[in-house]
Design a protein around this ligand. Sequence first.
Ligand code: GLU
Length: 421
Amino acid sequence: MKTIDLEQETNPWKAQAARFDLAAKKLNLDEGLWNILQSPSREIIVHIPVMMDDGHLEVFTGFRVQHSIARGPAKGGLRYAPDVNLDEIRALASWMTWKCAVVNIPFGGAKGGIICDPHKMSQGELERMTRRYTAELFDFIGPEKDVPAPDVNTNEQTMAWIMDTYSMHARQTVTAVVTGKPINIGGSRGRREATGRGVLMVCDQAIKKLGLDRNTTRVIIQGFGNVGSNAARLMAKAGYQVIGIVEVGGGLYNSKGINLEALSEYRERQGTIHGFPEADRHDPAELLLQDCDILIPAATENQITSQNADRVKCKILAEGANGPTTAAADDILAEKGVFVIPDILANAGGVTTSYFEWVQDRQGYFWKEAVVNEHLGDIMVTAFDDVVRYAETHAVNNRIAAYMLAIDRVAYTIRQRGIYA
Ligand code: GLU
């Protein structure tokens, strides 16, 4: 048996590169374009001083990586976590390029991150850190340059601080500098639920393809943050049986389906899903491998690896998170015949609705939620069909098809624009 170095396997940049190389090879991508697209076009590192509540100064390290601006302004989230690192942000930035190209919206790709533990910081500390990070990046972000959005541990409030700081420097209110804002300051209706709604939309397409029925389709979701909780709620409402929620510190399982309304109310009251009385407590690592029809990893990277992929028991894997599956696990899942809806398609509902938010901000005219959701549905269904058709015509799996489609679109644009040298 081939021995796999887990550290290599779980490096997101390597995971990205493995899929990129495979797809680029299948496309016969010429060497020059290969070189352009395999590395990010700009990487910014900042060390930002922040006054902590107790009066001492702390210096935080932050990143913003812009992978590509070929198809439009760079676009992508900002995450706060202790294990943020440059390789991870690079990978996430390139995934944004491919994601925006898969759904065919006019953006490139970027990602930002700050190494910090947001759960140990006060609102004031988070605000000062966010504002200083924004000030440092003032020259590099903007509605026509690079548009940040929420990601792991950032939210509407974070985006409001960025918008305000940027606007103070610009001496005018610039709502379109970030997306995922609160609705009353230029946010879009439907943006908060959009990633989860997009997951539901692609799952609907996948079950149709596999001949399954919503009412008998059992779903397990890993993560109960923005993506996981909204996907769970919307899928349950649509008639799916959400039988498991995998969370750090304990999973919830109910073979008859978890009442998501009751769970959301419980979390509202208790601040946690742990202890919810209408489901059994379950070991999280085992729950991920429990028998189900759709598994939705909606937490962080590297959840399905060479170590557990052979024990995954779903028919459909819909990746709500970015990079939840390693390249080594891809082969195992393919051998098992799992229908994978890759991250750059499955979770693209978020950035697609970010695109609508950016459009609305620039128009100064705001759409009804039904209009947002209808446009989202059109884009997600078209992208799903494009990827699946690409996979069938080129005899590759869905992930490589999504990469091929994306790389082809970005490479085409670069060829058309030509290289300025
Ligand atoms: N952070 C989200 C993602 O990974 C959304 C990015 C955006 O809306 O720009 O897709």
